[in-house]
Ligand binder design. Sequence first.
Ligand code: DX5
Ligand code: ZN
Length: 223
Amino acid sequence: MTQRPLLIAPSILAADFSKLGAEVEAVDRAGADWIHIDVMDGHFVPNISYGEPVMRSIRKVTPKVFDVHLMIAPADPYLAQFAAGGADIITVHAEAGPHLDRSLQAIRALGKRAGVSLNPATPVAVLDHVLDRLDLILIMSVNPGFGGQSFIAESVTKVKQARALAGRRPIDIEVDGGITAETAPLVYRAGANVLVAGSAVFKGDDYGRNIRAIRQACATVSV
Ligand code: DX5
Ligand code: ZN
């Protein structure tokens, strides 16, 4: 198994929406690797966030990778819109529809990297037969829908399983929910290489320090 480089993806769900462009510029300058964009429909998850028009408007303020996490069902009718609006990675939930293989083919056909997210209760084995259609596996370490929830420790086991399942394929293993300088090393050691963090990055006014704290916590881990 090969560990890919550590990337930090701040979730703008925790940003101040009244000045979203400035918030995205601030995390970009603060050292974000990717920008994580949480799209919620009030149906697949019990909360509504923002959609493609908001993503498209912040596309103007940063060249960084847009890592779009679709918590919507159905997802397929909206994939082309997110691709055209500037998404680089489009992640759908395995639980969001009956045709995961089709969704992944559709994302790649749009020229984008394809991800699958798994809720805490969903076993990694649902990916057994789609591994060659995947660029990213997103392990949810909270039940999706809200920022600021507590990390579910069982996710560490799932990260290990996902890393092992990916094998030598060039698949990123991402973790989302409750990531802080305390929990980050647990999932990094288990094989995750992309860490999403919302509240832990957008707290206080020094986003750079917050991002560095997560990186430094992982730097002590040998993988
Ligand atoms: C939860 C979202 C997460 C969330 C993470 O449904 O997918 O990206 O914003 O927030 P924190 O880091 O605060 O747990
Ligand atoms: Zn997310």
